[in-house]
Design a protein around this ligand. Structure first.
Ligand SMILES: Cc1ncc(COP(=O)(O)O)c(C=O)c1O
Length: 344
């Protein structure tokens, strides 16, 4: 604050370079939100009117909104029911001459199976835009999420593994052209102080948010380790409950458990019982994107996605955060098991 420079000063520059080196990309462009980063990613990879973009329905609506912002058409597919991320075979069935890009979403912090997806994208000349909003620090076959496509987008919304204590996001890429275009569009399409080449946006991140992000970034590896250890503690305790399917980690994945979601048939009753015991849970997501009123209206759709719809009724996110004690994890797991013992 004493610097008096609140926008685009040294904190944002340093946050960008530290985040780029944490992820392992050449460039990082800080943005006002993850949604803004996705919008810029689509614009700077040239996705536009009437192009089709393939992504999952099992995601936060922002993924789909960014596609509408550039007047492209979202083509939504089902998930692999084991890991709740994009079913690669389903992508193949939707590719046609209008397809321009694929947005794999590393939902909950679990990476998508990127090698076959990348091969598919290369075969068809498609852009690959990672939605890594929930997956800071997640690895795919020892490679960081965010380095696996043409461009990737992160969110620093307060619940995320890394936050700026408000809204914020980051676009990362190894492509200098994409980075330059995103940087220009994020700041009113300017190339110089008062010279604009294109219709841009105000998608800037503040200095104070950047400074907070820099402090958090140093803690992120430790926080992710904590999240993983809480998750494995939960999974061990819940393995004794045959009515619970704990989250699975694919052989290619290092999950960072932005969300720890169990699957259970009695989801709503269990959530109520936990709430009565003072345990807050979440549902990610109660209404899949393809069943959202806005999607049905804009896409004139009555799409059916079996796995997505099934998990929308069965997934329950249990509390998980760095600093959660072993006793707290045990109490939550105990209350889940107790509920199932009492309601077989
Ligand atoms: C998968 C996914 N994509 C995009 C976003 C959008 O990020 P933001 O809220 O920072 O705009 C979020 C989070 O909110 C998200 O979870």
């Amino acid at each position: 604050m004493t610097s008096g420079q609140y926008i685009h000063g040294s904190e944002t520059k340093q946050f960008e370079s530290e985040f780029a080196s944490f992820i392992g990309t050449k460039h990082a462009v800080a943005t006002s939100s993850g949604t803004a980063a996705l919008h810029l990613a689509l614009l700077s990879t040239g996705v536009g009117e009437n192009d089709e973009v393939i992504t999952v329905s099992h995601t936060f609506i922002a993924t789909i909104e960014s596609i509408w912002y550039v007047r492209a058409k979202p083509k939504l597919i089902d998930i692999d029911p084991r890991y709740y991320v994009m079913d690669i075979e389903a992508v193949r069935t939707l590719i046609n001459e209008k397809t321009r890009a694929i947005i794999p979403v590393h939902v909950f912090g679990h990476p998508v199976d990127m090698d076959p997806l990348r091969k598919l994208a290369e075969e068809h000349g498609l852009k690959l835009i990672e939605d890594a909003a929930q997956a800071h620090g997640s690895l795919y076959k020892d490679r960081p999420v965010g380095t696996l496509g043409d461009v990737a987008c992160f969110s620093f919304y307060p619940s995320k593994n890394l936050t700026v204590c408000g809204d914020g996001g980051m676009l990362v890429t190894n492509d200098a052209g994409i980075a330059q275009k995103a940087r220009m569009l994020r700041d009113h399409g300017r190339t110089q102080k008062y010279s604009s080449d294109e219709v841009g946006y105000n998608y800037r991140l503040s200095e104070i948010a950047s400074a907070i992000g820099r402090v958090g970034l140093k803690q992120l590896p430790r926080w992710n380790i904590e999240r993983r250890s809480i998750a494995s503690h939960y999974s061990r305790l819940l393995s004794a409950d045959d009515q619970v399917i704990p989250p699975a980690e694919a052989g290619w994945a290092r999950h960072v458990y932005h969300v720890y979601a169990i699957r259970t048939k009695d989801r709503d009753k269990l959530a109520l019982s936990l709430a009565q015991n003072g345990i807050q849970t979440g549902i990610h997501y109660p209404i899949p994107c393809h069943l959202q009123p806005v999607f049905k209206r804009l896409e004139n759709s009555n799409l059916y996605l079996k796995n997505t719809e099934q998990v929308a009724n069965e997934l329950l996110s249990l509390p998980i955060f760095p600093g959660m004690s072993a006793e707290e994890v045990e109490r939550v797991a105990h209350k889940v098991r107790e509920f199932h013992e009492q309601t077989p």
